[in-house]
Design a protein around this ligand. Structure first.
Ligand code: HEM
Length: 241
């Protein structure tokens, strides 16, 4: 009876990380691509409404199609907003796959290549957000409180991406992971704010300057709380990715 004894000669099916080491995982623990895809699609779903609204706004500004209520502030200087919207969709969609463990482990080359695009687009989303806050006339119905929140979280997003990027250049994976999760959480505040606004409307309808700003703040704080929980829940050894 012949048995196939060639198993040991085959290359390991477990892909190695970018440092050439196998990922630090408990024996028998399989990272499933499907569960990673579920994470990615849930994140994409969260950012779907602002991304769809953004597509409508860009269509209106570039194509002159009247889909959304016109806003004079954007017509005079559309570039920062158009860049913000397009890059935010790249950041939110591509960034979602960076959190899918199966993807990262199986295709580390993809994680690195996509990561560079996510870093660049995320930085420009944060910087364009800061530019619009500082130089566009205030959004009607908003006041100083939202102005301050946007400056704070826009800056925090830029700083988090910078710290996440410099951490991986030093080979510090846990720091890289933590700062990129924080940056993504701040960016995806736009998605959670759709929910906090909907809930807020049950109590303040129409929203006031203050209630509107607090609903925005709630979106960012909820995301950051979830981010901190994820960071602490799955601590990754320094050399693993
Ligand atoms: C991936 C995440 C993000 C998405 C999908 C997104 C999407 C959008 C969209 C669609 C608009 C246009 C709104 C309109 O047409 O009225 C917009 C505007 C804006 N966004 Fe974002 N955004 C994101 C992240 C952020 C972040 C993190 C900040 C700041 C901390 C920010 C600050 C702003 C500002 C200041 C405006 C202009 C608002 C105005 O003056 O009317 N965005 N964003």
């Amino acid at each position: 009876m012949s048995m196939n004894n060639n198993k040991e000669e085959r290359p390991s099916p477990v892909p190695h990380n970018e440092l050439g080491k196998p990922p630090h995982r408990k024996p028998g623990r399989q990272v499933k691509v499907t569960s990673g895809l579920l994470v990615a699609f849930s994140l994409i779903l969260l950012s779907a409404i602002p991304n769809i609204a953004g597509a409508f706004r860009v269509t209106e500004l570039i194509g002159g199609v009247d889909i959304m209520s016109e806003d004079e502030r954007f017509i005079e200087m559309p570039l920062p907003l158009v860049a913000h919207i397009l890059l935010a969709s790249v950041f939110s969609v591509l960034g979602a796959f960076q959190f899918a463990a199966g993807f990262r482990v199986r295709w580390p080359g993809w994680h690195r290549a996509a990561g560079r695009i996510v870093v660049l687009s995320g930085l420009l989303v944060g910087l364009s957000a800061l530019w619009m806050t500082l130089f566009y006339a205030p959004q009607p119905g908003t006041g100083k409180l939202l102005y301050v929140f946007r400056l704070f979280f826009g800056s925090a997003m830029v700083v988090s991406i910078y710290l996440g990027f410099t951490a991986i250049r030093r080979g510090n994976v846990p720091q890289h992971r933590a700062w990129m999760i924080r940056a993504y959480a701040i960016g995806l505040g736009a998605g959670t704010q759709v929910i906090t606004h909907a809930v807020g409307l049950l109590f303040f309808n129409p929203p006031t300057e203050v209630s509107g700003a607090l609903q925005m703040l709630a979106g960012w704080l909820i995301n950051l709380a979830v981010a901190e929980w994820i960071i602490r829940k799955n601590q990754v050894p320094k050399s693993a990715i």
